[in-house]
Design a protein around this ligand. Structure first.
Ligand code: AP5
Length: 230
């Protein structure tokens, strides 16, 4: 069995979550978002949530050890046997090294970096509205967030993420350029790494992503499923 093991990299607001969600649905594989896992923990008030809440609200990264443990456990579950899409992990060189160890006996990682200018990222993130109940991003339905007040999926209240104000977004970008962008060098020499333009409309990004992933997978000798499960 061949697996598509996809890693989406990019700064805050690049569109990783938007594209990972759709790609995972189309290829019938799980999307694993470390940000979503941590936000669910905060929402539930669990011990993990209490540990990470303030760190996330400051726009800093939670510890490599903690997040790597979460991903190791998640990638140990059977639903990732046919592949996965990782969104938001890895974010540091130690996380990337740990991931290589976790997937050492699997098909190669296919890594895509989404590139978007900083000012566009700040604009996008400040405009984002998410459902307080199910976490859905209202823009995922192509809706202008200013025109609706309830989630179209579950009817929940729409809110701004606590780390989406301008000051915190700029801190997240600073952390990205300091800790995460250098990590991209870790992957950039691999034949299964490619950067795509994320500053174009979502459908164009989707096409570029599918083209990049399937092209790299075929070049690596993997047979690619048709991806018709959208
Ligand atoms: P996380 O949730 O991963 O946040 P992030 O990386 O900052 O990414 P975002 O969710 O802000 O953006 P995105 O790229 O997914 O964009 P989206 O598709 O939503 O992490 C949050 C926090 O958790 C971190 O700060 C850290 O504290 C902690 N954490 C998580 N992982 C960690 C790790 N591995 N190590 C340590 N700490 C970790 O799109 C953004 C907006 O733009 C949306 O409104 C969307 O509709 C819109 N949009 C999307 N695509 C387009 C397009 N092509 N054109 C126009 N608008 C678009």
């Amino acid at each position: 069995m061949v697996a598509l093991n996809v890693v989406m990299l990019g700064p805050p607001g690049a569109g990783k979550g938007t594209q990972a969600e759709r790609f995972a649905r189309e290829y019938g594989i799980p999307k694993i978002s470390t940000g979503d896992i941590l936000r669910e923990a905060v929402q539930s008030g669990s011990e993990l949530g209490r540990t990470v809440k303030a760190v996330m609200e400051r726009g800093e990264l939670v510890s490599d050890q903690l997040i790597t443990g979460i991903v190791r456990e998640r990638l140990g579950r059977p639903d990732v046997n046919d592949g996965f899409v990782l969104d938001g992990f890895p974010r540091t060189v130690p996380q990337a090294q740990a991931l290589d160890g976790i997937v050492a006996d699997r098909d190669p990682l296919i890594v895509v970096e989404m590139q978007v200018p900083d000012e566009e990222l700040v604009r996008r993130v400040q405009g984002r509205r998410v459902c307080k109940v199910c976490g859905t991003n209202v823009s995922a339905f192509g809706t202008d967030p200013s025109q609706v007040s309830r989630c179209e999926k579950c009817g929940g209240e729409l809110v701004t993420r606590s780390d989406d104000n301008e000051a915190v977004v700029r801190e997240r970008l600073r952390v990205y350029w300091r800790d995460t962008r250098p990590m991209i060098e870790y992957y950039s020499g691999r034949p299964t790494f490619r950067a795509i333009d994320g500053a174009v409309p979502p459908e164009q990004v989707r096409q570029a992503l599918v083209g990049a992933v399937t092209g790299m997978a075929r070049a690596a000798g993997l047979s690619v499923p048709p991806g018709a499960r959208a």
